[in-house]
Design a binder for this molecule. Structure first.
Ligand SMILES: [Zn+2]
Length: 263
């Protein structure tokens, strides 16, 4: 967002849990921060230079305009949003091979869940003030030979019912999955509040290191979109932004932040 070479980190502290939106990782070195000025609109009460952090105290939720001045003015896209929390469970599939032996369908295990959650809460917490709390993470076993690629019908009939009741959302790791062309690497079922992510993620549309967690974030994006009763699937054509029909990343723009968590 900022192309001037500044490194600035910003946070919001407030009793109302307000938070900056999609600029929480914008960057500026501390010496430059101390020599910079921040000018905020009326809904932000005051700005404090605190070591290498700029603390912005929010008066109310809003989409303020924040500008940082040094040699040139920099406008920051900022959202001050109420915190939202959802619970999530993870299920890892085992099923039978052709000889009737129980095998793991996915390379992922419950031991991977802490980093899943860390990444998800960084993506959604830092950018939209939406956080996910783990209910539990377990292996499940379907006593059938389901084959190497889970069909959509099998997922809905034999696997989705094994979701964690009471969790807002359940994520299934099943290895490979025959997703629709529009999804390719996962699917969210709004009527069940479950989603599935393939082990490999979607390398063609995300940077390599984000291919798997990117698809997980994409499907959670559908969940958040659905929770707001927004029309349509949530896909858009803003390239480089999560839920784009083209190239995606873990970045959310102002429109997506607003869709997920504005008032
Ligand atoms: Zn999608």
């Amino acid at each position: 967002m900022i192309a001037t070479g500044y490194r600035l980190r910003m946070c919001v502290s407030s009793k109302s849990n307000a938070s900056l939106g999609n600029t929480s990782t914008v960057a500026m070195e501390s010496k430059k921060v101390r020599s910079a000025m921040i000018n905020c609109c009326a809904c932000v009460q005051r700005c404090i230079a605190l070591r290498d952090w700029m603390a912005v105290r929010a008066a109310s939720r809003s989409l303020p305009k924040v500008s940082v001045f040094r040699n040139t003015a920099i406008k920051l896209e900022v959202a001050i949003l109420q915190r939202k929390d959802f619970t999530i469970a993870f299920r890892f599939l085992k099923h039978l091979d052709q000889s009737g032996k129980v095998i793991n369908a996915t390379k992922w295990t419950p031991d991977d869940v802490p980093w899943f959650l860390t990444r998800l809460n960084w993506v959604f917490g830092a950018q939209t003030n939406i956080f996910f709390t783990l209910v539990d993470a377990k292996w499940i076993t379907v006593q059938k030979a389901l084959g190497p690629k889970i069909s959509r019908d099998v997922f809905r009939k034999d696997i989705a019912p094994l979701k964690r009741r009471g969790a807002d959302l359940t994520c299934f790791l099943v290895g490979d999955y025959a997703a629709m062309d529009t999804e390719a690497a996962g699917e969210y079922l709004p009527d069940e509040q479950v989603f599935v992510v393939v082990d490999q993620g979607n390398p063609p549309v995300f940077d390599l290191g984000e291919a798997f967690i990117g698809v997980m974030a994409h499907e959670i994006g559908h969940f958040l979109h659905h929770k707001r009763n927004m029309p349509g699937s949530g896909h858009h054509n803003r390239s480089g932004i999560l839920l784009s029909s083209g190239m995606e990343s873990l970045s959310l723009d102002k429109q997506l932040v607003t869709n997920f968590n504005a008032w």
